[in-house]
Design a protein around this ligand. Structure first.
Ligand SMILES: C[S@@+](CC[C@H](N)C(=O)[O-])C[C@H]1O[C@@H](n2cnc3c(N)ncnc32)[C@H](O)[C@@H]1O
Length: 215
């Protein structure tokens, strides 16, 4: 599916999120608290748009993704960003290789959330940090109703105009609706080898940033 949306992925993202995606990526970088010289892994990096933002911190940022189509699109648009083929469930890295790991808008797409969180813990050094940036549940009930209506009705219609594979955006809407809320995701992270789990809502809870530290 991601091979099919790769060509216009970055543009579609920015249109569907009304440009909010840029501030969500900046917030993800800030939440990681990266220092120059640290090593950070961006899992489900896709075209490298999330990886590129991390590099602004001065850390060495590398992206890994399962979709060769997304990786090739990233290589064309961001030739200087290091991107590797790799499965979140079986990462091609030794234990404790990274100071920090992150996954943006991708954990929801991995088949086994618990196994992916445990695999992220495996490649992170003890004391290292995790930030999960993912769609979540808006906290205000009135805003939640408007948002869900946008998600289920307007978003697929807009995607038909801009995306190279509109059906993928029907999946996007459905997968966001089925995803655990902030507290439920925090519990899953805590059960997978991570401590000090906390979260912060962005755009009223449309997106949540979950932070944790490797036990
Ligand atoms: C919505 S994109 C997110 C891309 C980027 N992180 C961003 O912030 O825009 C989700 C990505 O997750 C990747 N993905 C899905 N399952 C995966 C897995 N098991 N291992 C690695 N990447 C995976 C897809 O190929 C896709 O590129």
């Amino acid at each position: 599916m991601f091979d099919g949306v790769a060509a216009r992925y970055d543009l579609t993202n920015t249109v569907l999120s009304f440009g909010q995606d840029r501030s969500w990526r900046r917030a993800t970088r800030a939440a990681l608290g990266l220092r120059p010289g640290e090593r950070v892994l961006d899992v489900g990096a896709g075209t490298g748009v999330s990886t590129e933002e991390l590099a602004h911190s001065g850390a060495y940022a590398v992206g890994a993704d399962l979709s060769l189509g997304m990786l090739y699109a990233g290589k064309r648009t961001r030739p200087s960003v290091p991107l590797l083929a790799g499965d979140a469930l079986r990462l091609p890295f030794a234990d404790a290789s990274f100071d920090a790991v992150t996954i943006s808008f991708a954990l929801r797409n991995v088949n086994d959330t618990a196994a992916a969180l445990a695999e992220l813990a495996r490649v992170t050094r003890p004391g290292g940090r995790l930030v999960v940036c993912e769609f979540s549940t808006p906290v205000n009930p009135a805003f939640r109703t408007v948002y869900l209506s946008y998600l289920m009705r307007s978003l697929p219609a807009v995607a038909r105009a801009v995306s190279s594979n509109p059906d993928a955006y029907v999946y996007l809407a459905e997968s966001i609706r089925a995803w655990p809320d902030q507290a439920a995701l925090a519990a899953r992270i805590g059960a997978a080898g991570w401590g000090r789990v906390a979260w912060r809502n962005l755009t009223g809870g449309v997106v949540a940033l979950h932070r944790a530290v490797r036990n």
